[in-house]
Design a protein around this ligand. Structure first.
Ligand code: SF4
Length: 424
């Protein structure tokens, strides 16, 4: 195969799907413009169009339904290289779910080309009506033909300020039209009309794409207006988001030879995330790899607060935990949030506040009064307890993190030390 941008000629669509033509013409247009695969960032989201990612040799980013324009805007603002070409693939369903993102990208003139795959319905989920379905078109949720006229996405983008907009039918070679859109500096939108063979053709027999396009009242064509692209937010404080992250050097040793997954959980407002951060940073300063993922209700300050920490001697590629090897539970909220996975533990360690009922578990249970240092510091105390009971990190490593982060005077360290001295 001689297409630089695709790693297969057989794309993952139903036979006759217009998405195949769009993908192949996109790569043909990029070839005509002399792009290399890694000059291209393709952003997709949910919908049949989005399963193209794995067939592409370009950079690819896949997001939530309707969010690809928003994701691409972030990528566009974040990239240092304006020569990278950002192409967004979105379906007609996604385009209406994420309509405001498209309006904003048009209004701000963010550097990207958005290719709307408009086959007039939600193909992936069973042929339902979308916001771009034209009046009279039959879908699985409009048996008698859609009652409403779909949005004119081109007119909306134009009105919002998009400097280049076109509407074309997905028939034949459309690579030249795509190349024109891709050459635009700033925001461009191409709406490509097609019919989904699996639903649109079956539900609208005898209708042809050109006739549907003509009767929709939305003209084919190309619209331009000159505007300078918007590349950076003026309010952006730094070009390097990681520049402010403190480098943690390896100073301590750890005996750990394998991977350990740890859940620490308690009540919101009781320092659980701070405690998890201390464990994680102390692990890094002990030469270990760590992932940390916090979770708590939207109403911050109420209910549970949980953090999942993976610790390993090797790089870790996944940050979640199903059933942990170890769990630290400091309050009723933390227990309620983790009861099921604690009950699923067949071995490992459960360190739990002695005021709590111990669930049925296969883990070794260590009960201790973490709340003796006050509810707000129970999780911090539990971090030192964890160090003492597991040896994965040392108290010195935790104290060093506290010192480097300027928290020595903010935490009741003498009280914690006193409580630790009583631990058997
Ligand atoms: S369901 Fe429709 S849109 Fe999806 S791949 Fe099949 S033909 Fe294409």
């Amino acid at each position: 195969m001689n297409n630089l941008f695709l790693n297969t000629e057989i794309l993952p669509y139903c036979k006759g799907c217009g998405h195949d033509l769009i993908a192949k013409n996109t790569t043909k247009a990029l070839g005509k413009l002399n792009y290399e695969p890694l000059d291209i960032i393709v952003v997709t989201d949910i919908g049949c169009h989005g399963i193209i990612d794995k067939a592409l040799n370009t950079h690819t980013v896949h997001g939530l339904h309707g969010r690809s324009a928003a994701l691409a805007s972030g990528i566009s603002f974040g990239t240092d290289n304006p020569d990278k070409k950002i192409i967004v693939f979105i379906g007609d369903g996604g385009a209406t779910i994420g309509l405001q993102h498209i309006m904003e990208a048009s209004r701000l003139n963010v550097n990207m080309t958005l290719v709307v795959h408009n086959n007039y319905l939600y193909g992936m989920t069973g042929g339902q009506t979308s916001g771009l379905t034209p009046v009279g078109f039959h879908t699985t949720t409009s048996h008698e033909g859609n009652q409403f006229s779909g949005y004119d996405i081109c007119a909306l983008a134009r009105t919002a300020g998009a400097p280049y907009v076109s509407r074309i039918t997905g028939i034949g070679d459309i690579s030249d039209q795509l190349a024109v859109a891709f050459s635009n500096k700033g925001f461009s939108l191409v709406e490509i009309l097609e019919i989904c063979p699996s639903y649109g053709v079956k539900l609208n027999p005898k209708r042809k794409l050109q006739e549907i396009a003509a009767s929709s009242g939305k003209p084919l064509g190309e619209w331009t207006q000159h505007r300078e692209p918007f590349e950076k937010h003026q309010g952006k404080k730094t070009d390097d988001l990681l520049g402010e992250v403190r480098e943690i050097k390896k100073v301590f040793q750890s005996y750990l030879k394998t991977t350990v997954s740890l859940v620490i959980s308690g009540s919101a407002g009781e320092g659980v995330q701070l405690a998890a951060g201390l464990i994680s940073k102390a692990c890094v300063s002990s030469g270990l790899c760590v992932t940390q993922k916090g979770s708590y209700p939207v109403t911050v300050g109420v209910g549970f607060s949980t953090s999942e920490i993976n610790i390993s001697t090797q790089p870790i590629d996944f940050h979640g935990i199903n059933v942990p090897d170890m769990a630290i539970i400091t309050s009723e909220d933390g227990l309620a949030h983790n009861r099921k996975r604690i009950e699923s533990m067949t071995n490992g360690k459960l360190m739990i506040d002695s005021s709590l009922e111990v669930p049925k578990t296969g883990a070794d249970v260590i009960q201790h009064d973490f709340r003796t240092v006050g509810a707000r510091n129970a999780a911090i105390f539990a971090v030192f307890f964890f160090a003492l009971k597991t040896g994965i990190i040392s108290s010195e490593a935790i104290l060093k993190v506290i010192e480097e982060e300027g928290k020595t005077d903010k935490l009741p360290l003498p009280k914690i030390k006193e409580a630790l001295a009583k631990v058997k």
